[in-house]
Ligand binder design. Structure first.
Ligand SMILES: Nc1ncnc2c1ncn2[C@@H]1O[C@H](COP(=O)(O)OP(=O)(O)O)[C@@H](O)[C@H]1O
Ligand SMILES: [Mg+2]
Length: 484
């Protein structure tokens, strides 16, 4: 008997990452979610112009030590379903507990959708920096096994060491194309795999992926410039994570085109719009709980030479406070019974008491009692809320405030703007009377159920039964010509 494990092709990374991601903005949001999960207060996507356009997604979250980077970032899949432990106090960076956004343990692979080349740099408080260099195109080779690809991981404590050692990291990366004398078996597997891939691409008249990986001149790609804005780099924070990207996806490059002939191109403006739409509401701007909103700041900055311009930021978006200036506001919630309770601002005035709106109670009761009815018949005067054709009956469910329910506490008079309200109510009352006359002319019985009468279900049932009985009797005694 044998005991054999699964093997994964290198392509698995491509399937789980780039191919799962709808578009570049969605990929950015996956990385922002990781920053959120790492209790970052700030995350930004920077896009840099230049000979080789680049980008960086930088946060000030708790970051990863070398062991964590190797044990978490470089391990596909998740154990978080099992170990649903909250982040430790020290990891939370003084922030209240957050609901974890990460789920499947593949989110970080989406950075392959943003650019071919990634330099991940991360740092935990009072630990060294850890950097890894990845060329996602390695994972396009269908003849390679996942095990055969190994990535340069470099630990350092002094900023300057990173750029100095980029060449060395690149050499390790290129080892995935050529193999290494120290492991001749692997060298042969790798060489075979790239030879086969080259042949396949040549047959399909495609450019050689191997060659485009070889052609990268790493010292021209990643520069101090992309790191400078990262707070763990410039010293504003002692922890965080950044992913530098090159070989950018079209959608990211489109963010650079703000002037010149390209700026008006449809595909460019489309990409910019999608990016804005997907990412401007990354957190719900209408969430009233300040700690969810205010403690997580995200932004997209576009750099032309040394000048940043803001493409998007949650600081300046429409949020809850912008509503305060509106003329009409309905601020409340609808409960399981379908009853609305909350505050209402109409014509610039907050109505004093809390209001509730429960028009569907009447429908539900009628339905339960087995009556057949129709809603809002626009062919009848006043489009009655409910009509029961069989009984020639129209029922209006009136709000006590708007329709001035006589003697009802809900029909209070607003304190200011008296004249305005008086006219408004007068118009409502006149309209109600007109509807009443027209319905009578058409031989319909009109009944009003006041909002306050719908509160008590028992009373409502009795009231409806009486109304219907009454309508039935008057229908029988009147002439038989009701237009149903
Ligand atoms: N910005 C980051 N800061 C700190 N840790 C991170 C960051 N991004 C990813 N990680 C680590 O890598 C793991 C894998 O991330 P990901 O692939 O998005 O899967 P998931 O979020 O579902 O766990 C995370 O659980 C986290 O431990
Ligand atoms: Mg995630």
């Amino acid at each position: 008997m044998d005991s054999i494990s699964f093997k994964a092709r290198a392509r698995t990374i491509d399937h789980l990452g780039r191919e799962q991601i709808a578009d570049a903005p969605t990929a950015v949001s996956e990385l922002w979610k990781n920053s959120y999960d790492a209790y970052a207060r700030n995350v930004a996507l920077h896009v840099f112009d230049g000979e080789i356009p680049t980008a960086a997604i930088s946060d000030d979250g708790h970051g990863m030590s070398r062991d964590e980077f190797v044990g978490r970032w470089l391990v596909i899949g998740t154990d978080s379903k099992l170990s649903e432990t909250e982040a430790s106090e020290s990891d939370r960076n003084g922030l209240p507990a957050r609901i974890r956004q990460g789920q499947k343990g593949i989110g970080r692979l989406s950075c392959a959708a943003l650019g071919h080349l990634a330099l991940v740099v991360t740092k935990r408080a009072s630990k060294s920096f850890v950097a890894a260099l990845i060329d996602w195109r390695l994972f396009e080779n269908p003849y390679l096994l996942l095990d055969d690809i190994s990535l340069p991981v470099f630990e350092f404590s002094n900023n300057e060491q990173l750029l100095k050692n980029l060449g060395g990291m690149r050499d390790v990366l290129i080892g995935n194309l050529w193999g290494h004398e120290s492991n001749l078996e692997r060298k042969k597997r790798i060489e075979d795999a790239w030879r086969q891939f080259d042949e396949l691409e040549a047959r399909q008249s495609r450019d050689s992926t191997r060659r485009s990986i070889e052609e990268v001149i790493i010292s021209d790609v990643f520069l101090e410039r992309q790191l400078e804005t990262w707070s763990a780099w410039n010293g504003k924070a002692d922890h965080g994570t950044t992913v530098l990207l090159a070989g950018l996806n079209f959608d990211l490059e489109a963010l650079l085109a703000i002037e010149g002939p390209d700026a008006q191109d449809d595909t460019v403006t489309g990409a910019r719009r999608r990016c804005f739409q997907t990412l401007s509401s990354f957190t719900d701007p209408f969430n009233k709980l300040p700690n969810i909103q205010n403690e997580f700041h995200y932004a997209i900055d576009i750099w032309h030479r040394d000048d940043p311009s803001s493409f998007l930021s949650n600081e300046r978006e429409l949020d809850y406070s912008n509503f305060d200036v509106l003329e009409h506001i309905v601020d409340g919630s609808v409960d399981e019974e379908g009853v609305f309770r909350g505050r209402i601002k109409a014509f610039g005035e907050w109505l004093d008491a809390e209001r509730s709106v429960e028009p569907i109670r009447v429908r539900r009761v009628l339905h339960r009692l087995g009556y057949r009815f129709r809603l809002h018949r626009s062919d009848l005067p006043g489009s009655p809320d409910i009509t029961l054709p069989k009984y020639g009956l129209c029922i209006f469910v009136h709000g006590c405030f708007w329709h001035r329910h006589a003697g009802c506490s809900r029909a209070s008079n607003p304190a200011s703007n008296k004249k305005f309200w008086a006219t408004k109510f007068d118009t409502n009352r006149k309209r109600d009377r007109k509807v009443q006359r027209e319905l009578a002319r058409l031989r319909w019985t009109k009944e009003v159920i006041w909002e306050c009468e719908t509160r008590d279900p028992e009373k409502l049932i009795r009231r409806l039964e009486r109304i219907i009985l009454h309508a039935e009797v008057s229908l029988k005694t009147a002439s038989p010509s009701v237009a149903a």
